[in-house]
Design a protein around this ligand. Structure first.
Ligand SMILES: [Zn+2]
Length: 184
């Protein structure tokens, strides 16, 4: 990545034992975020809770930003909030090549050099956003409609609450929802 932006660097030795709250605000350019269909309108903010125990740093980050583009149905400008999350355990210690390898496979633990003073948060923030980007916008509201123009995006959902949602759509909605949950 480009030159590290100072505000994205977490000074490990400045963190207190126990709970720390860290907030980072970065532009899409600083995170090298680009998408074919969306523009990143807002700054990307990450609220990271860091629990320190000696040289173990448990990171739990919530990343928020806003994207805009054209509604895939009506082509009117649409905006959407994106909220993503990352969790990571950073261990600052000597490690054997085998340990490093298994940590890499695990994906949740990252072992860094004992001499490391600053942790660059950009990679984690960037990855979290990319994993949680919708395929297209807008994501239909609970009634299957475009929140922008009210157009019916599900195709089958009729107006009026007395008409039930086609059960096939409802089942599909549940599947998509649980996959989203797992990926966070
Ligand atoms: Zn629309």
């Amino acid at each position: 990545m480009a030159e590290a932006s100072a505000k994205a660097l977490l000074a490990l030795d400045d963190l207190a034992e126990g709970h720390n709250d860290v907030t980072v605000e970065l532009s899409a350019e600083e995170l090298e975020l680009e998408d074919e269909f969306f523009v990143f309108r807002s700054m990307v903010t990450a609220a990271v809770a860091v629990r320190r125990s000696m040289d173990n740093f448990n990171l739990d980050g919530v990343v928020r930003c806003q994207i805009s583009g054209d509604c895939y149905r009506c082509l009117k400008p649409a905006q959407q909030d994106v909220e993503a999350r990352f969790r990571l355990l950073v261990q600052r210690r000597q490690a054997s090549p085998e340990e490093l390898e298994s940590a890499e496979e695990d994906g949740y633990i990252e072992i860094v050099d004992p001499g490391m003073r600053q942790l660059d948060l950009r990679e984690y923030i960037r990855e979290a956003v990319i994993l949680d980007l919708p395929v297209r916008i807008p994501t239909p509201d609970t009634e299957g409609r475009c929140p922008q123009c009210g157009e019916d995006l599900a195709g089958e959902v009729a107006s009026g609450e007395e008409k039930a949602v086609d059960p096939r759509w409802a089942a599909l909605g549940k599947i998509e929802f649980s996959q989203t949950e797992e990926s966070t």
